[in-house]
Design a protein around this ligand. Structure first.
Ligand SMILES: C[S@@+](CC[C@H](N)C(=O)[O-])C[C@H]1O[C@@H](n2cnc3c(N)ncnc32)[C@H](O)[C@@H]1O
Length: 262
């Protein structure tokens, strides 16, 4: 499963400067085929409570599939997708030529205040240098009574499913060190409440994995945080568990939903 690697890789903060930007496009494409990911995305669309006539923004929209899903519901309202990467937006436009997809920065949205009824963001805030600024932007562009649904993993929840507690801690700590905002879902509710929003809920969504390859990709993207011997120990354990058909790893993403007071 590629899903977890997608979230682990810090390169998502600046895809256009990567040696191979298409690597990330391939990841997004691959992840969108995963049934766990599809379920997690469907869940976020339910939380948004979309209806015809609403205006929606999806920030860090990736390949635009959720913008398409939203537009299908909100017409004659409008759905727009924003992504920081020009290459990602180009790929998204090829897939969805009919949609309004634009390059933009979550931390400085190019929209007037009170422009949208719904704001959605998935697996973006963990990568942002200024996540609280992005939250303030989300609040600014939302209309009073509008709803915000933001989802990110809590990297503290990363588990290999090993009985070696120290190894589990090592994996969790090293990977968390490599992510800009590893525990973002814990901070969002505080921001919402401090901003006077109604916090509707914090909804955990556990993403399981059973392949050592998933852990290989995660530690690969976090390799700079590991000593070589630590890396080897984690990989050896993951492969041994897989060989015994005993690999039950997981990472939990949290959807946080709040409403801007009227
Ligand atoms: C892990 S991907 C998630 C994409 C999509 N939300 C999904 O779940 O399939 C993160 C996305 O956020 C975009 N991104 C990174 N920094 C951004 C920023 N400052 N503003 C807007 N988008 C950004 C990346 O280009 C990438 O497409």
């Amino acid at each position: 499963m590629s899903t977890l690697t997608q979230t682990a890789s810090g390169g998502f903060a600046d895809i256009d400067s990567a040696d191979d930007p298409d690597f990330y496009i391939r990841y997004l494409l691959e992840a969108s085929k995963d049934s766990e990911v599809q379920e997690m995305k469907r869940y976020s669309l339910e939380l948004l409570r979309l209806a015809p006539g609403l205006d929606v923004i999806d920030v860090g929209a990736g390949l635009g599939d959720e913008v398409a899903a939203a537009q299908a519901v909100v017409t004659p309202g409008h759905a727009v997708g924003i992504d920081g990467s020009a290459r990602v937006i180009e790929a998204a436009r090829e897939l969805h030529p009919e949609l309004d997809l634009r390059v933009g920065d979550a931390q400085a949205l190019d929209f007037a205040a009170d422009s949208f009824d719904r704001y959605r963001s998935e697996r973006l805030f963990q990568h942002l240098p200024e996540p609280e600024q992005a939250f303030q932007e989300a609040l600014r562009v939302l209309r009073p009574g509008g709803r915000m649904v933001i989802g990110d993993p809590d990297w503290e929840t990363l588990r290999l499913g090993s009985e070696d507690v120290e190894l589990e801690e090592l994996l969790r700590d090293r990977v968390s060190e490599s992510v800009t905002n590893p525990r973002l879902p814990l901070r969002l509710p505080t921001w919402m409440i401090s901003a006077g929003m109604v916090l509707e809920g914090v909804y955990p969504f556990r993403m399981p994995f059973r392949e050592a390859q998933t852990i290989e990709r995660i530690v690969d993207s976090a390799a700079a945080s590991f000593r070589p011997s630590e890396l080897e120990a984690v990989l050896a354990e993951a492969r041994a568990l897989e060989a015994d058909r005993a690999l039950y790893g997981s990472l939990t993403l949290f959807w946080v939903s709040g409403v801007k007071r009227s």
